[in-house]
Ligand binder design. Structure first.
Ligand code: HEM
Length: 495
């Protein structure tokens, strides 16, 4: 077949692409013009549901190279030797906005990585922040509703956001990061990435270590000021997309250095906070960063929809030697992502090029919408069987462990774990310099000024108590910027 000829989707060459088949030159149009039908019908099916969160994003392929030996912590083949490398895919995103929303919105940024390894695809679905707003998956839909739109007006609402945050003090750590200049990064190349949760690594001796993942930008941290982010949202809402594509197309490949922090099982038992609480960080002086490797992004996918929109990342895509932890958020995410993928892309989403494991995939899942049988062809579709030689390999047995408790309950999130203030206080005093603190206060005042309605004062006062409890100066400065008189009641709350 001459590849230059225009064809229908079934490959039949045709000529009339612009003029419909009509009765007479003025119509009506004939139903038998199947080219017209095909094009109109395909067109209205071009969209798939956008991601319920992280809808606006950018993706690129690249390479990950191991530069330091961490094989004493993990038996993952990727990390078995310095110099090992694998292909990878990364997708960066904002969280709350829709697919067409501005890239410079004040929001955490998604930092989702897919490593195509010999052990299978390993996904690390993180953010540009080491912590999160909540620590139990049960709260996630309610939290996200506050970041989206008011049901009646379809408008974004600082009132909803601060109402939720003020009623959920565990959010304070992440709120301070969000309101700092890191809440408006200068595109995706100038930000760090974090796995955020505590994960585990299992080594060849079947020993488990708790681990956190960090990716430090080699381009250096660069952020927009609040004003510049707002301005850029109007001038170029796709700023981050353009910045990443341009850099890669110009051969200026962005790079990140990967580190891990580790904690032994014994250390975890002694840790001051719950080591599996995603609202807390591990101090880097107690758990220093261990360098692991380098990731480089070097290829803009050939087709955005096929590779970026249809990409699927899941925290449950773990590999031999890298596993989960009891983190309640992470456990909820293990369910929610594959569930979202089956709805958004379909039950065979993992067969698409961007999601497919380039190494052998052998299982007995078959059929469903859009099944591509090119891998399993006519092989048996049940196990065990007498025809193929595919066998489960006992060296991949799950890590076995004892639980700390055998008592089942809906444990109150605050029980024994109600220190929501020490780490936010340290973030303000130790991690931020004077300029960062000033910008933080300015951004908070600007954002909280949008709180309105009959509950305005109640919400502001409740949130001020949290700021006071983290740091008195922070509370005083925000209160004064909002023209709130500090009463003794509020100060008492802060003690
Ligand atoms: C996307 C759920 C917490 C990072 C998503 C999606 C869902 C979801 C349903 C859309 C998936 C898709 O359609 O492909 C949840 C739930 C959470 C949670 C239920 C809490 C229990 C988090 C946390 C992080 C995070 C703590 C980061 C540390 C991301 C990223 C994406 C995403 C980066 C975009 C992935 C991509 O680029 O395709 N989340 N999420 N999420 N989430 Fe979460």
């Amino acid at each position: 077949m001459d590849s230059k000829k225009l064809t229908s989707s079934s490959g039949a060459p045709y000529y009339e692409h612009q003029d419909s088949q009509t009765v007479g030159s003025r119509g009506p149009v004939l139903l038998q013009d199947f080219i017209l039908q095909e094009n109109l019908a395909h067109f209205v099916r071009e969209r798939i549901p956008e991601r319920i969160v992280h809808a606006k994003g950018t993706g690129a392929y690249g390479k990950f190279t191991v530069t330091h030996d961490i094989s004493k912590y993990t038996k993952a083949k990727l990390f078995s030797q310095v110099g090992n490398s694998c292909k990878m895919f990364a997708r960066f995103s904002t969280v709350g906005g829709e697919k067409g929303s501005a890239d410079t919105a004040r929001d955490p940024r998604g930092f989702a990585l897919k490593f195509y390894t010999e052990d299978g695809n390993w996904d690390l679905v993180g953010n540009n922040t080491p912590v999160f707003f909540i620590k139990d998956a049960k709260k996630f839909p309610d939290f996200i509703h506050t970041q989206k739109r008011v049901p009646r007006t379809n408008l974004k609402s600082p009132t909803m956001m601060w109402d939720f945050w003020s009623l959920n003090p565990e959010s304070l750590h992440q709120v301070l990061i969000l309101m700092s200049d890191r809440g408006t990064p200068y595109g995706y190349r100038h930000m760090h990435g974090f796995g955020s949760h505590t994960f585990s690594m299992i080594n060849a001796n079947n020993e488990r270590t708790w681990v956190k993942f960090h990716f430090k930008t080699k381009q250096g941290i660069k952020n927009f000021s609040n004003d510049d982010a707002t301005k850029m949202a109007g001038e170029n809402p796709d700023f981050a997309q353009e910045d990443l594509c341009n850099a890669i197309d110009n051969g200026d490949f962005p790079k990140w250095t990967m580190y891990i922090q580790v904690m032994t099982e014994e250390q975890a038992k002694e840790f001051r906070w719950n080591p599996f609480d995603i609202t807390k960080v591990w101090s880097q002086s107690e758990h220093p960063l261990i360098e692991v490797g380098e990731m480089e992004l070097n290829e803009v996918p050939i087709n955005y929809f096929a590779h970026v929109e249809q990409s699927i990342f899941s925290p449950s895509n773990l590999i031999n030697g890298i596993s989960f932890s009891p983190d309640k958020m992470l456990q909820g995410r293990l369910f929610s992502y594959p569930d979202a993928h089956r709805y958004r892309v379909g039950v065979n989403a993992h067969q698409l090029e961007v999601n497919r494991c380039p190494f052998a995939v052998n299982n007995y899942q078959r059929d469903g919408f859009m099944a591509d049988s090119s891998e399993y062809k006519d092989k048996p579709n049940y196990h065990p069987n007498s025809f193929d030689d595919i066998q489960p390999d006992s060296s991949y047995k799950n890590f076995e462990y004892e639980l700390d408790s055998n008592h089942v309950a809906n444990y109150n999130r605050n029980e024994n774990d109600d220190d929501h203030y020490t780490q936010p206080g340290l973030l303000y005093t130790k991690a931020m310099n004077q300029e960062a603190r000033e910008n933080l206060v300015k951004n908070i005042i600007d954002h909280m000024s949008g709180i309105d309605g009959p509950k305005r004062d109640e919400i502001i006062n409740r949130q001020l108590c949290h700021f006071f409890r983290a740091n008195i100066e922070l509370g005083m400065k925000v209160a004064s910027g909002l023209n709130i008189n500090i009463d003794s009641n509020m100060m008492n709350h802060s003690k």
